[in-house]
Design a protein around this ligand. Structure first.
Ligand code: ARG
Length: 456
């Protein structure tokens, strides 16, 4: 493509290090769409004549069909997908192919192709996240009243409803979706027509190509247009954030499936056995989701480090933008599908969860709140009195049920003649009706609202 200035071809290693076709062949649809839009615009502007445009469009369509049926060949000497397509076009239509690259550079071409690809990736992730949300809402609806221990510091803290716990992840997925939507909206400007870096002297119509490719507008500055990869960094930031959420959910599945917890049973379809221990049922998929989060965060880091020292405008370092992004997208796709499958099919042991929820003096806060409400005792003092009550029951080797009204009177004389509050975990969760609280009524409302949001 640039032989005019060179006496000899590249060294083998040069060819190898330079080639991006094994990675960027995934951009073939976007590359052809961009070329079609560009050729049509060149025709409309009178830069190419109608016959050339027709030949180019016909050729591009033939290549599209070819790649669709046979895949994209990897001619390493053709470097990247852009040269691959152009070279095939020349084979198919001859010299007219050489006119396609008028008023264009691979720099604006790759920036355009990649934006289109990442925009599509955002839409795919959005759909997968909606699927995860639907699974969460479904299970939360089933378990709006099931009681489990809520933890802080991984110590039993207060009883909560399982539905409430699951809906926490619904909220995370909702924020993830809004981040991807925001990222897709911001990136939706067309770099096409920025040419190599400075724009072009041809009378192109960048608005027309932007429209044809469903962009909101052309990018405003040609130098920024070819050197910006914020959209890819942002995509990876969103992906990393989503992966962190999935990893936390996976971690809970792993913990909950572990015998000391015994909160869930993963179905056979989501478990693996051991080659030596016949009894084993391992949560490998959840562990891999947790592991893959590391790789996705690594991909995000990789692109930020690639970009941070680059002077304007294009440098070949930027060719390394695609591998981490594609890897992260593929992994995220898999992780979302795995967690959606797991959430949908896991069996919760509600009795076991309830039993653990009633341990560890989990309703102590309810006693303190009751002292405040029924006896007008300031919360700090109520906290102290409750602490003494817990200590007493602990010494007796049991839970708060062992507490008597006489015990309370002994701990604090103001409580003489009092009755006892409801210490049950059911009473505890039922009472937490504050907005966003764990009470079954609030959870059912949240589930209803979520169903509406999802349109289901
Ligand atoms: N394969 C290149 C990439 O992905 C395309 C742009 C090449 N531009 C250039 N001036 N060498 O970044």
């Amino acid at each position: 493509m640039w032989g005019g200035r060179f006496g000899a071809g590249p060294a083998d290693v040069m060819r190898e290090i330079n080639a991006s076709i094994p990675v960027d062949k995934r951009l073939w649809r976007q590359d052809i769409a961009g070329s079609k839009a560009h050729a049509q615009m060149l025709g409309a502007q009178g830069i190419l004549d109608a016959a050339d445009v027709e030949a180019i469009l016909g050729g591009l369509e033939a290549i599209e069909r070819e790649y669709e049926e046979q895949g994209v060949p990897e001619h390493i000497e053709l470097e990247d997908i852009h040269m691959q397509v152009e070279s095939r076009l020349r084979e198919l239509i001859g010299d007219a192919a050489g006119r396609l690259h008028t008023a264009r550079s691979r720099n604006d071409q790759v920036a355009t192709d990649f934006r289109l690809w990442v925009r599509g990736a955002c839409a795919e992730v959005d759909k997968a996240l909606a699927g995860l949300q639907a699974a969460l809402v479904e299970r939360a609806g089933e378990h709006a009243e099931s009681i489990m221990p809520g933890f802080t510091h991984l110590q039993v803290a207060q009883p909560v409803t399982l539905g409430h716990h699951l809906m926490a992840y619904y909220e995370m997925a909702k924020r993830d979706r809004s981040r991807f939507a925001d990222c897709a909206r911001r990136m939706n400007q067309s770099p096409l027509g920025s040419a190599a870096l400075a724009g072009t002297s041809f009378p192109i119509d960048r608005h027309a190509t932007a429209r044809a490719l469903d962009f909101d507008a052309p990018t405003a500055n040609s130098m920024d247009g070819v050197s910006d990869r914020d959209f890819a960094v942002e995509y990876l930031a969103c992906a990393a954030q989503t992966a962190i959420h999935l990893s936390r959910l996976a971690e809970e599945m792993i913990l909950w499936a572990s015998q000391p917890f015994g909160f869930v049973k993963l179905p056979d379809a989501w478990s693996t056995g051991s080659s030596i221990m016949p009894q084993k049922r391992n949560p490998d998929a959840a562990e891999l989701v947790r592991g893959h989060a590391g790789r996705i965060i690594g991909a995000f880091t990789s692109l930020m480090v690639t970009m941070k020292g680059l002077p304007l405008t294009y440098s070949k370092d930027m060719q390394d933008d695609k591998a981490p992004l594609f890897e992260a997208h593929d992994l995220l796709d898999l992780c979302l599908a795995a967690m959606t499958g797991m959430v949908g099919s896991v069996t919760f042991d509600a009795a076991r969860m309830r039993a653990v929820a009633a341990s560890g003096f989990s309703t102590a806060t309810d006693l303190a709140d009751w002292l405040v409400r029924e006896h007008g005792i300031p919360f700090r003092e109520a906290h102290h009195i409750t602490g003494s009550a817990v200590k007493l029951c602990e010494a007796r080797g049991g839970e708060l049920e062992l507490l008597t009204a006489e015990d309370l009177a002994t701990i604090d004389s103001r409580l003489a003649g009092t009755s006892l509050p409801d210490f049950s975990v059911e009473g505890s969760v039922r009472s937490r009706t504050s907005a966003g609280g764990t009470s079954p009524v609030r959870v059912k409302e949240a589930v209803e609202a979520a169903r509406k949001e999802l349109g289901s």
